[in-house]
Design a protein around this ligand. Structure first.
Ligand code: SF4
Length: 397
């Protein structure tokens, strides 16, 4: 590949390993020197605007970056983002930024030709083979219609497993893919989706610094006034949006009545993962969709729960939500959830889930058999409690 093409690819995808080689002057710089140089240069204003736009997009739940160019600035943005997320040290913000950034990357990758894609896969040290002749690796026949799955790419199963390790959907399991002689045949969109996950994880930098070191690092960075202004601006936007974020999944059974506190651990866990912008596997998505639907949550509120996910697509989600509402599926029972390893009674040390409840009607201790039953029992207990306290007030009077 011509050198100029490689430089162009790195500008589009600064997370490539080639960055270190071809832009070593930028990539290997000490972070404080890097920030100092860039925020005292004539690029400062443009950078600040673009970064603020990105944070605004992410906080406003927009699916794709609205201000994304393929110039050198894109490289600076990527590097500054990593530093900003590191010092912001906020899981929700990191997930939001990582999601919108990686989703934009995915959409861009899908526009690349096979030649560029092959370079990208090689750059990431993935054992990917390009076959000149398209291979038909799967055939699905429904009634008289047949669908052929073709691809030019195959990836070693080891690299496939590495890339797919965070995506736990059933259909991504090795046994459910076309595997031959140690290679998985895969469509470019699916391979790019795995790369999306790789890019996402590159921005979710684990902050293992002991707080005192992080504070020292921040102090040094904040001596650079323009950078400090940018940081303050971002935290101000966050402060004004925070509440909206934290309560975005406060869903009411009846308008004005919040029952999310009554949710069982299996539901709370999924909602909390969604709120943080983590991936949900297919089974988790179905379960939460059917669960909220059984509680008659409005369509837009259900869509809102999914809006934080890395691969959120409003149109598709709206279609799936509408479909589920029409069909009226019942959410999984505790037995099914246990078989999917989605029961979190023990992890949450939840007394009601572990010990069950006493049924006056049947005069016996019963175990929770369904998450909706859990809510029913909790609701009953809550109403009894408030009735008791009301009576006490009347007695005192
Ligand atoms: S016992 Fe049932 S309701 Fe409770 S966490 Fe497990 S699956 Fe959910």
């Amino acid at each position: 590949m011509a050198l100029s093409d490689i430089f162009d690819l790195i500008k589009r995808y600064p997370w490539l390993s080639s960055l270190k080689k071809y832009y070593s002057d930028i990539a290997s710089k000490d972070p404080i020197n890097f920030i100092n140089e860039i925020f005292t240069s004539n690029k400062t204003e443009e950078l600040k605007n673009k970064i603020l736009n990105l944070f605004n997009d992410a906080f406003n739940n927009i699916e794709q970056m609205t201000d994304y160019d393929f110039d050198e600035i894109n490289i600076f943005i990527y590097l500054i983002l990593r530093i900003l997320l590191y010092i912001l040290n906020n899981k929700i913000i990191s997930n939001r930024i990582a999601n919108i950034y990686s989703k934009t990357t995915y959409n861009e990758l899908n526009k690349e030709n096979e030649y560029n894609l092959y370079y990208i896969y090689q750059d990431l040290n993935l054992e990917v083979i390009f076959e000149e002749q398209e291979i038909i690796y799967k055939k699905i026949v429904v009634k008289d219609q047949q669908e052929l799955y073709k691809t030019n790419f195959k990836i070693s199963y080891i690299d496939y497993l590495k890339l797919a390790s965070n995506l736990k959907d059933e259909y991504r399991r090795l046994v459910n893919n076309a595997l031959q002689h140690g290679y998985v045949y895969i469509k470019t969109e699916s391979l790019n989706r795995l790369l999306q996950e790789h890019v996402r994880s590159k921005l979710l930098i684990q902050n293992n610094e002991i707080p005192i070191d992080l504070e020292k690092f921040k102090e040094k960075l904040f001596e650079i006034q323009e950078f400090k202004n940018l940081f303050d601006h971002i935290t101000n936007i966050w402060e004004s949006k925070k509440e909206e974020f934290e309560y975005s999944i406060d869903i009411t059974f009846k308008e004005g009545l919040d029952i999310s506190e009554l949710f069982p651990p299996c539901v709370k866990e999924i909602l909390s993962k969604a709120r943080e912008g983590q991936n949900l596997i297919h089974t988790e998505r179905l379960f939460i969709l059917w669960f909220l639907n059984s509680l008659k949550y409005p369509e837009e509120k259900i869509i809102n729960v999914f809006s934080t996910l890395p691969d959120f697509d409003e149109e598709k989600t709206a279609y799936q939500v509408k479909y589920a509402m029409k069909k009226g599926y019942t959410p999984y029972s505790c037995k099914s959830l246990k078989s999917y390893n989605m029961c979190l009674a023990k992890a949450y040390k939840d007394k009601l889930c572990i010990e069950g409840y006493f049924s006056k009607l049947q005069n016996e201790q019963k175990l929770i058999s369904h998450p909706l039953k859990y809510i029913e029992v909790q609701q009953y207990r809550t109403s009894k409690r408030s009735q008791r306290s009301e009576n006490q007030i009347i007695d005192k009077k």
